[in-house]
Design a protein around this ligand. Structure first.
Ligand SMILES: Cc1cc2nc3c(=O)[nH]c(=O)nc-3n(C[C@H](O)[C@H](O)[C@H](O)COP(=O)(O)O)c2cc1C
Ligand code: SF4
Ligand code: SF4
Length: 254
């Protein structure tokens, strides 16, 4: 069973790709989070857990889901991270999560996909995005073949100082940055409510036709990238910059 979390579609693209190659079913962890669904699944096939990297590891909310999840049937879990380029020590963290649950670690892979983070990078044009997604296909095929044959998955882009990045720096990101996300909504907002509907942690509420943000943001950036009016900003970090949503695996034929 493929279980995925995705803010802007990269991890969903990877999940759809692997579900297709492995002929396996697919479940959205975002839907489970948003709707407080029971965290339980049953599968005869191994589990494949897919999520983006935020500050050199999986989002805290996704790790928390994993800890609470009741995996019935098969006891092996594979992990696939989508990222701009560096997953730090995420592999080791996943190994620990699995052993705490008494399950079997099937392995870890990280895949370079378009970077949806605004810190320093500007989002590139559509053709460059498609090229990055296309370039991920050989890695995705390798991941599918490894899982199919039951071998241990170990496909990594080199990373240095992973302990520091996924440890202390990630801790600072979660403790100080997440709770201090200063969202603004400009006059282009039409009050359509899309941001409220898609926030996976219900951090947005429409009040008098305008979105209000609470303090439990997990920084998936879905609201910023998917607002049809580009009305949501994080100050200068995002103002005037283009937005990104991954192409749909089921619609495009790369
Ligand atoms: C808050 C935030 C932090 C990020 N940190 C990292 C990082 O540490 N390393 C990295 O390679 N990519 C990082 N990224 C980029 C995403 O991991 C990457 O674009 C991912 O594929 C997005 O997946 P999604 O479209 O499924 O949400 C970050 C993105 C966000 C929004
Ligand atoms: S998605 Fe954009 S336009 Fe729609 S309510 Fe939210 S901020 Fe306003
Ligand atoms: S407020 Fe926006 S960035 Fe934060 S979790 Fe919700 S959709 Fe994601």
């Amino acid at each position: 069973m493929i279980l995925y979390f995705s803010g802007t579609g990269n991890s969903k693209y990877v999940a759809d790709f692997l579900a297709d190659k492995l002929q396996d079913e697919i479940v959205s962890l975002g839907d489970m989070l948003k709707n407080s669904l029971p965290l339980v699944a049953e599968s005869e096939k191994p589990y494949v857990w897919i999520a983006p990297i935020y500050a050199w590891r999986f989002p805290c909310a996704v790790d928390e889901l994993f800890r609470k999840f009741d995996f019935q049937g098969n006891k092996t879990v594979y992990f696939v991270a989508t990222m701009g380029g560096d997953s730090g020590n995420c592999q080791k963290i996943c190994e620990k999560l699995v052993s705490e649950k008494g399950m079997t670690f099937g392995g870890f892979a990280d895949v370079i996909m378009p970077d949806n983070y605004f810190g320093g990078f500007n989002i590139k044009n559509e053709q460059e995005m498609v090229d990055i997604v296309k370039a991920a296909h050989p890695t995705l095929n390798k991941i599918a073949e490894t899982i199919k044959s039951g071998y241990e998955l170990n496909i990594r882009v080199k990373s240095s100082a992973g302990g520091l990045k996924s440890g202390l720096i990630n801790y600072g990101f979660c403790k100080y940055m997440l709770s201090n996300m200063k969202y603004t909504v400009n006059e282009n907002c039409t009050g359509c409510g899309k941001c409220e509907r898609l926030c996976p942690v219900n951090n947005i509420e429409m009040l008098n036709g305008k979105p209000q943000f609470a303090d439990k943001c997990m920084s998936c950036y879905a609201c910023i990238h998917k607002c049809p009016e580009k009305a949501i900003n994080l100050g200068k970090k995002t103002e005037g910059k283009s937005r990104y949503v991954c192409i749909d695996y089921k619609k495009e034929n790369l």
